[in-house]
Design a protein around this ligand. Sequence first.
Ligand SMILES: Nc1nc2c(ncn2[C@@H]2O[C@H](COP(=O)(O)OP(=O)(O)OP(=O)(O)O)[C@@H](O)[C@H]2O)c(=O)[nH]1
Length: 753
Amino acid sequence: MILLVTAAGPNSFFFFFFFFPRGAGRRRGRCPYSFRHRPGLLPAAPVAAAISGRRREGLEAAPGRAALRAATGGGLPWGLRPRREGLSPAAGAMALGSRAASWWARLFSPGPAAAPRGSPAWLAAGLVACRRPYSSGGKEKIDMSTYPVERIRNFSIIAHVDHGKSTLADRLLEITGTIAKTDRNKQVLDKLQVERERGITVKAQSASLFYSHKGVIYLLNLIDTPGHVDFNYEVSRSLSACQGVILVVDANEGIQAQTVANFYLAFEAQLAIIPVINKIDLKNADPERVEKQIEKLFDIPVNECIRISAKQGTNVEKVLEKVIEKIPPPHFNTTDPLKALVFDSTFDHYRGVIANIALFGGEIQKGHKIVSAHTKKRYEVNEVGILTPNEQPTDKLYAGQVGYLIAGMKEVTEAQIGDTLFMHKQPVEPLPGFKSAKPMVFAGMYPVDQTEYNNLKSALERLTLNDSSVTVHRDSSLALGAGWRLGFLGLLHMEVFNQRLEQEYNLSVILTAPTVPYKAILSSAKLIKEYGKAEITIISPAQFPDKSSVSEYLEPAVLGTILTPQEYIGKIITLCQDRRAVQKDMLYIDEHRVMLKYLFPLNEIVVDFYDALKSLSSGYASFDYEDAGYQAADLIKMDILLNGNPVEELATIIHSDKAYATGKFLCERLKDAIPRQLFEIAIQAAIGKKIIARETLKAYRKNVVAKCYGGDITRRMKLLKRQAEGKKLMRKIGNVEVPKDAFIRVLKRQPDK
Ligand SMILES: Nc1nc2c(ncn2[C@@H]2O[C@H](COP(=O)(O)OP(=O)(O)OP(=O)(O)O)[C@@H](O)[C@H]2O)c(=O)[nH]1
């Protein structure tokens, strides 16, 4: 999604942006490609590192690839098949662990999993029962015991933005009879208002489907995931509840940056991958070209790809068949103690927390006493069920199944995503959970009216439960009052969060300019003692320590991936150089498209890079990034002064190369935003004592009744009253009156209408 940038300030790190389909990448993937084509890389990294999924700058091409193949018993990503002679599958299996090895083994086994010998009678009965559970109209409770693990497939749909994940999910819901087939079914799983308005998925949604294949009914748990990089955390969490993915690629656009990123997430999670080429109905569709790209980048043979049109329903049934054939069933036991992973949660005003759970063992039902491994608190289960896609209560949920649970959790802190729930008096080793999401962008949030503070506080608590990747710290400002400093995964994430506050909680807020988390290595013994450590993280300009007490400033860096048609390469390289980026790699993925890799300072791309990239490539280039740690940077704090007094809210941390342009831009913007007053105002940008930019606002007094000739007293009173009300809105900064909306206009990221 691209939002317009009206403020065309040079390198306007600050304000106005808005777009954008990606977010704080923290991408972790590694592709077969990355093992082959990393120039100038360090010597081979250990196999464990290769498999752990952390993309490291230093992995050597061929050995890394070989190590990975060896460790997994053969060719990995898709392929998941041994294509090279001479590697020992046994050694691979040892390295990866028996669990993963058994997954691969299942993957290669042909045909659907049959009921094992010695299966209980109810399983055998289930194998012939072909009545779809929906035939009852969803009124009867579904007996989940008729779906043992052998007949369960848990999978996610992953893809680049707009490649058709939600549309494919619609068709899967229709084919399986989960929803009635009508023309109105458009992105049914995108339930949030913000998703419908923006036409994007921001929250992963699950649905349980029942599908009859060769006379057997299977329970398919589908999770539709977001495509934008900002919401990638949702994708990685969803994958923890799955054994496979459908990787959708647009037949016209081909592989894009988020296709690569999402592929690696699935690949590293060692999931079965079903490549699907969508939109073959389009006039410009070129599925052959896309298949070749998939083979080249992901090592997936051309003949493994399924060509579909999700919109028209063409070949969608084949996808379901492949899901059953290729995705292994979960391998958990009902007889084990309960082990339920909370992989997502939502907050309902009336029922409290609704936790999405995946059962890694045991079973759960109403009345069970469960304990949270994270909080150690005990709960009694009120309701369990599956999502079809609305909540449908069931009597029980069993190992391998995915559903929801309501257990009287009322406090926002109680439902920790990544938590393990177990049966009271039957403690289990908690599941590893999730690495907490790392905020890439911070901004101040204040109520427009301070009387709304408590409402905003409770809305923030509730919304952060539904979106746990947002971090919240209390903050306050002279001009804007009490508020918070929030950490987001990216700017689109920040936009969406703000929009949800407005739409779901009817609250209007001021969001200040975004800043990235910098670091400083302190040299002053006094400061080190004060902080208790030498390295501190700076999330607000107010925390920026003076250069005299710092040995080095550090800024966050990201490894960006750009996919573009070749004719735009020149312009894109210039743009990247302007943003202080260093080229790491360049590869033709076919005759026309190129993949570029650059190391960027995060603050150079966080605001308007995506817009710039899209506009100079006529919309054809795509961009994704992943965390690449910190790098040394020449950072400074720039103050904004009004008649010599610094305005704390407008201070900013910036690279010294960009200080002059940004200072000038800010002063101009302020000059437009502050109304002329009875005295002249000097608006200055300063670094320490040095003034680097200045604008002057001339004195002025507005005579609001000037046009009122004669004696219409009511009109005069009305005008004077309006002027008095306007003055009330003003906040005093030193001797300059700055209306609050001037702050909003300067600080707010949104362009003026
Ligand atoms: N012609 C054509 N259009 C399609 C097809 N599948 C999806 N679309 C269109 O592509 C657009 C994006 O589809 P979505 O299903 O929302 O894509 P998505 O991948 O879920 O998008 P995000 O959740 O934002 O990442 C919509 O306008 C769909 O109607 C297809 O097979 N053919």
